[in-house]
Design a protein around this ligand. Structure first.
Ligand code: HPA
Length: 273
């Protein structure tokens, strides 16, 4: 057995010892969405620290736990807290939770995040469905000996974001009358925000929004054959697009302002299989 798969299996077993809950879908909560976990009809919670070898966020005050529960009867696993590459974790650790969800039998994954708007047609507060991604500025989480239990050596990435899940997200947004933009997400390592020159380059490359998570998780999930959907909350315009300096406070304030709308959309999306 490969070393990564062995680690993934051990984490899944630790969770299985705590609960026999069988999630169908999983959701990773980005900035502002944390309280979504409280909306579920609860079944079980497993703190990351109770899972041997599981990465725990270094950001103070960040809840780190799996919340298992039901969205109108649909069994869902929610990750309240994720780790980022900029925290110093190797990519293998950053995507470990996604692989553990795959090992638990999850078939579809919804990734959410806060992102900076690169495309000038976006505005802070917009929600954006991810239709594609650029991962070329972060190391691939698939580097290393390939482990066939996880997926193939050379996985196809021509449709990272599932067209059918995307259609479901669009339909959910339409039913709720919530505007949903669409675009390409580009992941940087962070932790600094970008320079205006970098943002100009990313714009030329076709990026609509930029952030410090998600794309590597989506890649690891696709490697395992999971169906992936992604939604960004555009919390700010990227450097140089707006003239004002960027701050984590602005990101948090916008994420909090949009949280209620974002949560309603996620609920409506999840409740429909
Ligand atoms: N850049 C990178 N990551 C981000 C941003 C940004 O402007 N906003 C929120 N996350």
């Amino acid at each position: 057995m490969g070393a990564v798969w062995e680690r993934v299996k051990r984490c899944a077993e630790d969770i299985r010892r705590a609960t026999d809950f069988q999630p169908e879908a999983a959701l990773v909560l980005g900035s502002g969405l944390g309280s979504f976990a409280e909306k579920l009809e609860p079944a079980a919670q497993v703190p990351y620290r109770d899972i041997a070898g599981f990465p725990v966020s270094t950001v103070p005050g960040h809840a780190g736990r799996f919340v298992f529960g039901y969205v109108e009867g649909r069994p869902v696993a929610v990750m309240q807290g994720r780790v980022h590459y900029y925290e110093g974790y190797p990519m293998e650790d950053v995507v470990l939770p996604i692989r553990v969800l795959g090992a638990l039998g999850v078939k579809e994954l919804l990734l959410t995040n806060a992102a900076g708007g690169v495309d000038k047609s976006l505005s802070p507060g917009d929600l954006m469905l991810l239709t594609g991604q650029i991962t070329s500025f972060v190391p691939s989480p698939l580097i290393g000996p390939n482990e066939d239990q996880l997926g193939p050596r050379f996985p196809d990435m021509s449709a990272v974001y599932s067209p059918s899940l995307g259609a479901r997200a669009r339909a959910a947004a339409q039913r709720l009358d919530i505007p949903l933009q669409e675009g390409t997400y580009l992941q940087t390592t962070g932790p600094s925000y970008e320079t205006p020159e970098e943002i100009r380059m990313f714009s030329l490359l076709g990026a609509s929004a930029v952030g410090m998570s998600t794309a590597c998780e989506a890649m690891a999930a696709r490697h395992m054959g999971l169906e992936v959907c992604g939604i960004s909350c555009i919390t700010n315009m990227a450097a140089g697009i707006s003239q004002s300096p960027l701050s984590h406070q602005e990101v948090q304030e916008t994420a909090d302002r949009v949280a209620e709308r974002f949560q309603r959309l996620v609920w409506e999306y999840l409740r429909q299989a």
